[in-house]
Design a protein around this ligand. Structure first.
Ligand SMILES: NC(=O)c1ccc[n+]([C@@H]2O[C@H](COP(=O)([O-])OP(=O)(O)OC[C@H]3O[C@@H](n4cnc5c(N)ncnc54)[C@H](OP(=O)(O)O)[C@@H]3O)[C@@H](O)[C@H]2O)c1
Length: 161
């Protein structure tokens, strides 16, 4: 469990030193295209998109031929009254023959218990490591949500009621 933090470099350190990622970078202080060029000079094969907007356009335009994109979320637009405009991705999709698919967790609703059981086992075995930023009190939910959008968390945002 973590206290709220605004130190994004601490998150990068955690990803590399504790979780064992070969590359990680602070998206607020780095040029995404440049950072990806350093980490994956031939382009990325897979992108799990939680973000949308310009960051995702930069990633998708940096992908390798035949790459796959799983679209899970678009958090960069959740606090905007108008959806953000971003660089088009169609040229990359066409010339690199990318495959993109959005999904909702409810598609696997019938496997919910199986998922919980398996994930719990992996957490117990140390195969999945996690951190949480816990906000106490249901009345503080808006504060927790705003903090999550402002980079105030390390790991999963949780509200304890
Ligand atoms: N498809 C589905 O069925 C499904 C189901 C549940 C959730 N989701 C999606 O999954 C994603 C994660 O949700 P969660 O509840 O698990 O959130 P979370 O882990 O509690 O935290 C979300 C993280 O998003 C990052 N973030 C916020 N604004 C950002 C921005 N503008 N650009 C880049 N990163 C940003 C923040 O990281 P930093 O602190 O580093 O900024 C934050 O820690 C969301 O997009 C959500 O909508 C999808």
């Amino acid at each position: 469990m973590s206290e709220p933090t605004n130190d994004d470099d601490e998150k990068v350190k955690w990803l590399k030193e504790e979780l064992g990622f070969h590359h990680a970078f602070n998206y607020k202080t780095n040029d995404v295209t440049e950072a990806l060029k350093q980490a994956a000079p031939d382009g990325a094969d897979v992108y799990f998109d939680n973000v949308g907007g310009e960051l995702s356009s930069a990633v998708i335009n940096s992908m390798r031929e035949w790459g796959h994109i799983s679209v899970c979320g678009s958090i960069s637009g959740y606090n905007e009254s108008n959806l953000p405009k971003a660089t088009i991705i169609q040229p990359a999709a066409i010339f690199k023959q990318l495959r993109m698919e959005g999904f909702l967790y409810s598609r696997w609703h019938n496997r919910w218990e199986e998922g919980i059981t398996q994930l719990t086992q992996w957490v117990r075995e140390g195969k999945i490591k996690y951190r949480e930023t816990v906000t106490e009190g249901f009345q503080n939910t808006p504060k927790a949500f705003a903090g999550m959008l402002q980079g105030g968390n390390l790991g999963k945002a949780v509200v304890k009621v």
